[in-house]
Design a protein around this ligand. Structure first.
Ligand code: PGA
Length: 250
């Protein structure tokens, strides 16, 4: 049985003050979240503040991006070892905003996945198709290609050291959620691709859904057989919404 996981991707939002308020709110309601594991992913500059505030709670710390390089002359970059040093347990790699605005290719994302894994943290590997790709009926091909890059570099067994997040690009921040059936279909496809190589890994790997998840739709999404929780953007900036999503599902 896979444990549900709900991860908040705060993106480029927040201030010291708003983050303190948000974390106070989440911690105040934490006892109501019985099954799901929770992760929050603040911007780099707030990692230390958040690590401090999370100390002694069961909420894990994550980062939103990482360099694939270990160290050296890479101005503006942050290494996996640094994130580990700050207390991160998870790192998002290949978010569609990184892929589309900052040129993160499938290969670069695979290298980032490898760097996070080598540092002893869990990569949250985002995959997903654009609206144009869905309309062209190439959703499965796109997701398979994004997944294959990691499998080629690291092997399928490496996936069990991470988490996969299926995020249809057209559902991110748009208020337009995939229907539970649309999401389940792609989750089952992803699990099936992995099962074709290694059934035990496929059974174990958590596959999260992301894209306009809210307290009001989480229950139905997370109730699907192959959906093991969510990667939450907008709604993770509101403590009550984030907690409601944490309570949803199996
Ligand atoms: P959203 O973002 O929940 O605001 O749609 C999800 C994500 O980008 O991870």
């Amino acid at each position: 049985m896979r444990q549900p996981l709900v991860a908040g991707n705060w993106k480029m939002n927040g201030s010291k003050a708003s983050i303190a308020t948000l974390l106070d709110g989440i911690k105040a309601g934490l006892a109501s979240v019985e099954k799901a594991a929770l992760v929050v992913c603040p911007p780099f500059v707030y990692l230390e503040q958040v690590a401090e505030a999370l100390r002694g709670t069961r909420i894990a710390l994550g980062a939103q991006n990482v360099s694939h390089e270990p160290s050296g002359a890479f101005t503006g970059e942050v290494s996996a070892a640094m994130l580990k040093d700050m207390g991160c347990a998870y790192v998002i790699v290949g978010h569609s905003e990184r892929r589309s605005y900052y040129g993160d290719t499938d290969l670069l994302v695979a290298k980032k996945f490898a760097a996070v894994r080598a540092a002893g943290m869990k990569p949250i590997l985002c995959v997903g198709e654009t609206l144009e790709e869905r309309e062209k009926n190439v959703t499965e091909a796109v997701v398979a290609r994004q997944l294959a890059a990691v499998i080629e570099l690291e092997g399928a067994a490496a996936l069990q050291d991470g988490v996969i997040a299926y995020e249809p690009v057209w559902a991110i921040g748009t208020g337009r959620t995939a229907t539970p059936q649309q999401a389940q279909d792609v989750h089952a496809f992803i699990r099936g691709r992995i099962a074709a190589i290694d059934e035990a890994v496929a059974e174990k790997v958590q596959i999260l859904y992301g894209g306009s998840v809210k307290g009001a739709n989480a229950e139905e999404l997370f109730g699907q057989q192959d959906i093991d929780g969510g990667l939450i953007g907008g709604a993770s900036l509101n403590a009550d919404e984030f907690l409601a999503i944490g309570r949803a599902g199996r």
